[in-house]
Design a protein around this ligand. Structure first.
Ligand code: SF4
Ligand code: SF4
Length: 342
């Protein structure tokens, strides 16, 4: 007797990728604006006040994940929000919260590096007709590199006492860690630029190469997401085994062979859901019976981000309040400050 065919109901048109790309574009523009404003802010002090003066955008501290982790350890150890780079702490908590509730969604919905990585592999696919899939025996060990990097930073921070953290944050290096980060990109040099070009080229061939293999921030958020109650869940009764989900997954997860995706590599991008043709076969959900609509995910991400930023502003923990004379003294000399631990 031939096997009974599964009932197939076509999924309604999916808008998840439109919504996600709108979030990516908005966050990239926000970061570009922050970057330009911060550059203008730094130039004012570098030129001794000869250029236009603007306020320092606290959002730049989202680019200081190590300072954010240090501040989190300081908060946990002392119960006090640190006064240097507090916005970095609140942004870290916002991104961790988003990743806990909606898998590692910071990476695929908000992170500007994630957005550029996605554009690069899509550009590579448009130019060369395909992306290059590393063999699993190479791909899986490479994914472990980011956890090694995270372990290195976590080990260094966990071993610092609250007093050592306070000293670091108030050292000249700690006070202008944001300017040091800007200088890192301005002073790349041949070796640094070559590494950047190498990463860009690699990212055109291998999907999200930086995010999947090297980003320690993504590694941290992935570990947090393991505790998330939300998962991509496949219903084998509705699934027609077309494997489109697996082919679409940028994290190269075997979605069509799993009942639920528990991996720390899942970024909640919903690409698998968007291509699935069978209604009820694949969803992001807390339980199989309760799919999370993309609108709820979008509102949830926005509320967590804006909510944490608002709490920081309302409680007076958003701005790093350093006097002008300190910036006038420190910013022009920032290149000469070595790490206090070196
Ligand atoms: S399993 Fe789905 S949501 Fe998770 S990374 Fe892959 S495509 Fe994105
Ligand atoms: S895309 Fe994946 S979950 Fe959806 S029907 Fe095909 S194999 Fe099943």
């Amino acid at each position: 007797m031939p096997p009974t065919a599964k009932p197939f109901i076509r999924r309604r048109h999916d808008h998840s990728q439109l919504v996600r790309r709108a979030f990516q574009a908005a966050f990239l523009l926000l970061n570009l604006w922050i970057g330009v404003q911060f550059y203008v802010f730094v130039r004012y002090y570098e030129t001794g006040g000869a250029t236009v003066a603007v306020t320092r955008p606290p959002g730049v501290e989202g680019w200081l994940p190590i300072a954010g982790l240090m501040n989190l350890k300081f908060l946990l150890a002392t119960g006090h929000v640190p006064d240097i780079h507090p916005a970095g702490l609140f942004l870290l908590v916002a991104f961790v919260s988003i990743s806990f509730v909606f898998r590692k969604a910071f990476c695929s919905w908000l992170c500007p590096i994630g957005t550029i990585s996605e554009w690069l592999w899509q550009g590579g696919r448009a130019i060369f007709g395909r992306n290059f899939d590393l063999r699993r025996s190479v791909d899986i060990p490479l994914r472990g590199l980011k956890y090694l990097l995270l372990g290195f930073f976590a080990w260094a921070i966990v071993h610092m006492s609250a007093e050592a953290l306070r000293e670091f944050m108030h050292s000249p290096y700690g006070l202008v860690a944001d300017v040091k980060m800007l200088n890192f990109f301005r002073d790349l040099g041949t070796a640094g630029a070559s590494v950047m070009v190498g990463l860009v080229v690699l990212s055109m061939f291998a999907k999200n190469a930086w995010c999947r293999f090297l980003c320690p921030y993504g590694a941290l958020l992935g570990l947090i997401s393991l505790a998330s109650p939300a998962r991509i869940r496949r219903n084998p009764d509705a699934c027609i085994d077309c494997a489109k989900c697996t082919k679409a997954c940028p994290s190269r997860l075997p979605v069509d062979r799993l009942l639920s995706v528990k991996s720390a590599e899942c970024t909640g991008c919903l690409e698998c859901v968007a291509v699935c043709p069978a209604r009820g076969a694949l969803d992001l959900s807390v339980t199989r019976k309760r799919p999370i609509p993309v609108a709820v995910m979008a509102v949830g991400i926005a509320l967590l981000f804006l909510g944490l930023v608002s709490i920081a502003k309302l409680t007076g923990h958003w701005h790093t309040a350093l006097p002008d004379r300190l910036y006038l003294d420190l910013i022009p000399k920032a290149r000469s400050f070595g790490h206090p631990g070196m």
